[in-house]
Ligand binder design. Structure first.
Ligand code: GFB
Length: 316
């Protein structure tokens, strides 16, 4: 059972998802969080992971560590996305089970569903069709992690559960113009264009794909719900219940950042999956609902970006 003094290890606590999960755990009174940076415990190193679990013996493990990136980074570095994420999943899941963790929550991703599948996407759609080529390597690694959770549950009775988050955004994201996801990239691009008085901002692709965006703080509440109230091999979708055209997202980001110049779409950049809105019936049945609407979530993220990153990124 998850108690305030449970020894909870959050792997990936500095990232977008992991930091939000830590904020939620702390807000709910958890005072025994085990946190280690990359340099303290390298998760691709089997020996380092084994030594950490042997010494600390966490009772609960949240596996939010992963090599992630937007559509361009996924397409450019498939070897790293596949290899690093496979090793992280194999090492952490094995050590957690071996050292007697009570429960493990693995974060997969909505990009592991087939490229074209009925919307909203139900959990049962997994492995029913071909993957989106731009993120196939990452998706295969995440599917392997999910299957490891199911296999350790079946073979060893290990209570490993899987969450399938949609496209996330929020504080501590990677506001990188080339390697980041669409929302942080556009926030930075529109912000810099406004500051520089640039006449045009270029948005990748046709603008016609649709995406389901969830603020990371809503992911945090969903993860706690699952840790407390869910124990089954079926993965659980975590999404907003809605989606938006990338074109409309670009106009919304322009409005929030105060940019007034032209917006041009560049069809030479990839669109990726046409749409991936998640069906959230399963997690809704546990009483969870997203609390942050897209506009106020982007406004809050933009404030965070200006306070924490805008000055450094402007000089890059
Ligand atoms: O966020 P994004 O890279 O993720 O791109 P995916 C979403 C959509 O936004 C694509 C368009 O249609 C892009 O073409 N887009 C427009 C941009 N402007 C930009 C921009 O400046 N930067 C970026 N990045 N996109 C990722 C997967 O796919 O989703 C990952 O590759 C991961 O593996 C993540 O699963 C959640 O939704 O296309």
């Amino acid at each position: 059972m998850l108690l305030p003094d449970s020894r909870v290890y959050v792997a990936g606590h500095t990232g977008l998802a992991g930091s939000a999960i830590c904020r939620r755990l702390e807000a709910e009174g958890h005072r025994n969080l085990l946190l280690r940076t990359h340099t303290e415990v390298e998760l691709t190193d089997e020996g380092a992971v084994e030594r950490f679990f042997d010494a600390e013996k966490p009772s609960h493990v949240i596996l939010a560590a992963a090599k992630v990136g937007g559509i361009a980074a996924n397409a450019a570095f498939p070897a790293e996305f596949l290899s690093v994420n496979l090793r992280i999943a194999a090492n952490v899941i094995e050590s957690a089970w071996r050292h007697g963790a009570e429960k493990l929550l693995y974060l997969a991703s909505s990009c592991i569903y087939p490229r074209v599948t009925p919307q909203p996407i139900r959990e049962e759609a997994l492995l029913t069709g071909a993957l989106e080529p731009t993120n196939e390597a990452y998706a295969i690694a995440k599917i392997a992690g999910l299957k490891l959770c199911q296999a350790y549950r079946r073979q060893h009775g290990f209570d490993a559960i899987v969450a399938m988050p949609t496209n996330l955004y929020g504080p501590h994201d990677r506001f990188d113009l080339e390697a980041g996801h669409v929302l942080p990239s556009l926030l930075r691009r529109f912000h810099e264009a406004k500051e520089a008085g640039a006449p045009e901002v270029i948005v990748w692709g046709s603008g016609s794909p649709r995406r389901d965006f969830l603020h990371a703080d809503d992911l945090g509440t969903a993860c706690l719900t699952l840790l407390r109230d869910y124990s089954d091999e079926m993965p659980v979708n975590i999404g907003s219940g809605d989606d938006i055209l990338i074109r409309d997202l670009a106009f919304l980001v322009a409005e929030i950042t105060g940019y007034r110049g032209a917006i041009t779409f560049d069809p030479s950049r990839p669109d990726g999956t046409p749409e991936k809105r998640l069906d959230i019936t399963r997690i809704s049945g546990l009483g969870w609902r997203p609390a942050i609407d897209l506009r106020s979530g982007i406004e809050q993220t933009y404030r965070w970006y200006r306070e924490n990153c805008a000055r450094e990124t402007a000089t890059v």
